[in-house]
Design a protein around this ligand. Structure first.
Ligand SMILES: C[S@@+](CC[C@H](N)C(=O)[O-])C[C@H]1O[C@@H](n2cnc3c(N)ncnc32)[C@H](O)[C@@H]1O
Length: 600
């Protein structure tokens, strides 16, 4: 968004949509605090919640809220999602929900004071849901089990988050962009685990309206509420089910999301649900969790993490704040990509590698580590294994040991399909998994100049400016791994290994350009011979090379005419340096020593 006028308009529109909501819910929060302090002074039934750890004051909380909102706005300005439509309903609906919310406060206060949280476990509900589920979470009436609780839920969460709950949920969207970008949304699948009243799915559909989506939750009333809230969207299914056994096949989802659910689960169930999420993800798929900060994430918030479960019935929160998600992910064959802080929450991102790294057993249901969780800073990728290679180096078709594999999304391009166009924004880096790719430029006189050929294992699309200087297209059907450039740069900023890899890759590009300049002073025969020797190195299959590109491609790469290329090949065959079998794509190198001498 470079136009200053549209930037101002966006900011005004954002302020107009978000500030009144924040004022509304902050107002509710202040009223609740006053009411509960009065009630507590009156009843004096239990000691006040207490912590010796650091607790952020109001000023700090508001400053961190502002950072979240700035991030939200930046995402909108970057086109990652549209101006949010929070769909809070009419003023009457808001007032109705507000009344429901305030009406429940006395009951919540009574439960909090007496420590009772089992009203939900009745003869009617017993056995219909797991025991851990049948509790008055947050001390709220009805737990997850009633219509009224579903109607109150959104107000409760927004009050708890000072009106930033939806903005927090939206922080999952940029992480999905990284795997969805450039792909046909109709062919992807997303599952939201513990979808509740469907607030996150609403934001998701505002970005990808045609994405086939499934929302699952164990609460019938919450799913009913979500159906109503999401009724304007198509290609969305909502189902009542237990996340411990997701009703979808193995490796069927491109993305799985789960928002504010994992802290509600007992440790063992948490790990089962995590394992289920990993099971249903396709290789190359992504799991995005949004949930509370954990211990060690934000020193100034440590006390808040202790106070929260004292004030709200959150029986599994403490164990959640110490869960080692990185270790859990590793045990389930996922890679912990990063954590992104979002006010009192964080977004945790995990990818399923295209190839499961060796040595991973099945997901362990035991705690991976008694120690406090490790954050993304103590990144499991700390030791770099990725070795970028220059085009002239011997290519290996092996995909193992390459860090790109676990971060990108694989896209298949049919023969001759464009991967990116000249002058288009260079937002991604690409790695060939199978097939072959060429980059090229159409010159002003209509001639095509091929910049390079990319074979399995090669990386392309690296630019020194913001736009692509060449176009890229598939020579044959090609499977290509696509990774967002901004993500790589962010990783490089905190991981010296990645920075080194990018530096080495840049060096390869410089070397490639130097070699092309030198090519121009060579004779036609030297160019063709040099090309054959390079291909023999990059497609190591003995002396018989199967070329994926046509004679025209070779000519456009070497800056020769197709006739010159054909004539040179025939003369090389006449001199017994090569043999040209009947297939026009095969060339057998008969005398490499002679060819090396001809290479100039
Ligand atoms: C705090 S709410 C979060 C709802 C929603 N994701 C959001 O963004 O507000 C937790 C949700 O998890 C659901 N839940 C808890 N345990 C579950 C389980 N084992 N299987 C499915 N849903 C579960 C609850 O019914 C509830 O709707």
């Amino acid at each position: 968004m470079s136009n200053p006028f549209s930037r101002v308009t966006t900011r005004v529109a954002y302020g107009a949509s978000q500030l009144p909501r924040i004022a509304w819910y902050v107002g509710h929060g202040l009223a609740v605090r006053r009411l509960s302090e009065t009630a507590q002074r009156r009843d004096k039934a239990r000691p006040l919640a207490h912590t010796n750890l650091r607790v952020p004051d109001r000023k700090r909380l508001y400053a961190d809220m502002a950072i979240l909102l700035q991030q939200d706005l930046a995402n909108i300005e970057a086109g990652l999602y549209p101006m949010p439509a929070d769909h809070d309903g009419s003023l009457l609906t808001l007032l109705h929900r507000s009344r429901l919310f305030f009406n429940d406060l006395p009951a919540i206060h009574r439960r909090r004071e007496s420590g009772s949280h089992n009203d939900v476990l009745t003869e009617e509900t017993r056995g219909k849901r797991p025991r851990y589920y049948l509790q008055n979470f947050h001390f709220q009436t009805g737990g997850w089990m009633t219509d009224d609780s579903a109607s109150r839920y959104d107000t409760q969460v927004e009050v708890l988050f000072n009106g930033t709950a939806n903005a927090t949920r939206r922080q999952a969207l940029p992480q999905l962009h990284e795997v969805f970008a450039g792909r046909d949304q109709r062919k992807l699948r997303l599952l939201d685990v513990g979808c509740g009243t469907g607030r996150f799915l609403d934001s998701l559909k505002q970005v990808w309206p045609r994405l086939p989506t499934l929302g699952l939750d164990m609460s019938e009333p919450y799913v009913k509420h979500a159906r109503h809230h999401l009724k304007r969207w198509s290609r969305i299914n909502l189902t009542v089910g237990n996340a411990e056994s997701l009703p979808v096949p193995d490796e069927s989802q491109d993305a799985v999301t789960s928002i504010f659910v994992f802290h509600e689960l007992p440790p063992k169930v948490r790990r089962i649900v995590f394992r289920e999420c990993a099971r249903v993800l396709k290789p190359g798929g992504r799991l995005v969790l949004v949930d509370s900060l954990q211990r060690g994430d934000q020193p100034d918030y440590e006390g808040l993490l202790e106070l929260f479960p004292q004030n709200y019935h959150e029986p599994y929160y403490k164990s959640y704040t110490r869960e080692d998600f990185s270790a859990l992910a590793t045990g389930c064959g996922l890679t912990h990509i990063r954590d992104v802080k979002a006010f009192v929450s964080k977004v945790m991102v995990f990818d399923k590698p295209l190839e499961t790294p060796g040595g991973n057993g099945p997901c362990s249901l035991e705690p991976q580590s008694a120690a406090m969780h490790s954050t993304a800073q103590s990144d499991p990728h700390a030791t770099s294994r990725w070795q970028p290679k220059c085009l002239t180096a011997r290519a290996s078709v092996s995909r193992s040991g390459n860090r790109f594999i676990s971060w990108g999304a694989a896209i298949t391009y049919p023969r001759n399909a464009e991967i990116y166009g000249e002058n288009k924004l260079a937002e991604y880096l690409y790695k060939v998994i199978s097939g072959a790719v060429r980059t090229y430029k159409i010159l002003s006189d209509g001639r095509r100049q091929i910049g390079g050929f990319y074979l399995p294992g090669d990386i392309f699309g690296l630019e020194f400016a913001d736009e692509h200087t060449l176009s890229a297209e598939a020579i044959t059907d090609a499977k290509v791994l696509v990774i967002k450039r901004s993500m790589l740069t962010a990783l490089a900023a905190r991981d010296a290994g990645v920075a080194g890899e990018l530096f080495a890759l840049t060096g390869c590009e410089v070397q490639r350009m130097q070699e092309r300049v030198l090519l121009l002073i060579k004779t036609a025969r030297e160019r063709v011979v040099g090309f054959l020797l390079e291909m023999a190195e990059r497609v190591p299959a003995g002396n018989a090379i199967e070329l994926p590109m046509s004679r025209q491609d070779i000519a456009d790469y070497l800056g020769l005419t197709i006739e010159t290329v054909s004539r040179t090949l025939t003369s090389l065959e006449d001199s017994a340096a090569i043999e040209l079998p009947t297939s026009r794509r095969s060339i057998v190198l008969r005398n490499r020593t002679a060819l090396s001498h001809m290479n100039g």
